[in-house]
Design a protein around this ligand. Structure first.
Ligand SMILES: NC(=O)c1ccc[n+]([C@@H]2O[C@H](COP(=O)([O-])OP(=O)(O)OC[C@H]3O[C@@H](n4cnc5c(N)ncnc54)[C@H](OP(=O)(O)O)[C@@H]3O)[C@@H](O)[C@H]2O)c1
Length: 245
């Protein structure tokens, strides 16, 4: 298996970890579909950067929590490239609050994007991903760390890990692997926004490697699972976190 002629759809790829994954998969030879929700300009700029470097990319706006929008995106990817081989469920949001303080908007928003979103894409992938395909879901090392205020977010990610195990088994006979990558604290807006520098520094020091993850650290891990060397890994959760847990 080579990455050439393979098509990878990366959700939430307009910035952060998703953008690094799209760029890396393109450099590895995949044609990439850059999904985004709101940041069209950033998605277009990433597509242009990939094309300039000799890769192939298409942008696709879709709110992953909307099943119809996801179906239209999948149709567009198939129409443009003939099929999809790799699905990376990266789109996600994080809003922190104790359970006592969690309002409906916080609960419903995270469940819609972090849990229903990947369900929307995975059920299409289960029907339409090409033989030999790969599904890679972004979980989080908060599943395991269980810090206060992370409850609802961690619950959506625990759900993703359960779905990863179940879908890996449901796809028996299709030569499709399903895995999750669970980053620790990674230097993106999702992690950094709203945190005092002192809290960021403390979290950075928690892992034995004593630094924050970078989006490229996570992209490297996803690229391994998406590429030829990752073919024997199936139904697993790979924590990419510098050893924080
Ligand atoms: N950063 C961390 O420390 C960390 C740790 C563990 C796990 N993770 C997980 O890694 C993934 C990426 O996180 P990140 O840190 O890169 O976040 P980020 O910088 O905030 O980027 C999030 C991306 O998701 C997209 N997105 C948000 N809602 C969407 C929706 N409804 N439909 C489609 N796309 C949507 C955003 O698109 P627009 O900007 O275009 O709206 C953006 O491209 C998430 O699943 C997150 O839970 C992150």
């Amino acid at each position: 298996m080579s990455n050439e002629n393979r098509v990878a759809l990366v959700t939430g790829a307009s910035r952060g970890i998703g953008a690094a994954i799209a760029e890396r998969l393109a450099a590895d030879g995949h044609t990439v579909v850059i999904n985004y929700a709101g940041r069209a300009g950033e998605a277009e700029a990433l597509a242009a950067k990939i094309e300039k470097a000799g890769g192939h990319a298409l942008t696709a706006q879709a709110d992953v929590s909307d099943p119809q929008a996801v179906a239209r995106m999948w149709d567009a990817a198939e129409a443009a490239f003939g099929g999809v081989d790799v699905l990376v469920n990266n789109a996600g949001v994080m809003r922190l609050a104790t359970l006592a303080e969690a309002d409906d908007a916080l609960v419903d928003g995270q469940i819609a994007i972090n849990l229903k979103g990947p369900i929307n894409t995975m059920r299409l992938a289960a029907r339409r991903l090409r033989e030999g395909g790969r599904i890679i879901n972004l979980s989080s090392s908060v599943v395991g760390l269980y810090q206060p205020t992370y409850g609802v977010y961690a619950a959506t990610k625990a759900g993703i890990e359960a779905l990863t195990h179940v879908l890996a088994r449901e796809l028996r006979g299709r030569n499709i692997t399903v895995n999750a990558v669970a980053p620790g604290p990674t230097a993106t807006a999702l992690f950094l926004d709203g945190k005092p520098q002192q809290a960021v520094d403390a979290l950075a020091k928690l892992a034995p490697l004593e630094r924050l993850g970078q989006p490229e650290d996570i992209a490297n891990t996803v690229a391994f699972l998406a590429g030829p060397d990752g073919g024997w890994i199936n139904g697993q959760v790979l924590r990419a976190n510098g050893g924080i847990i």
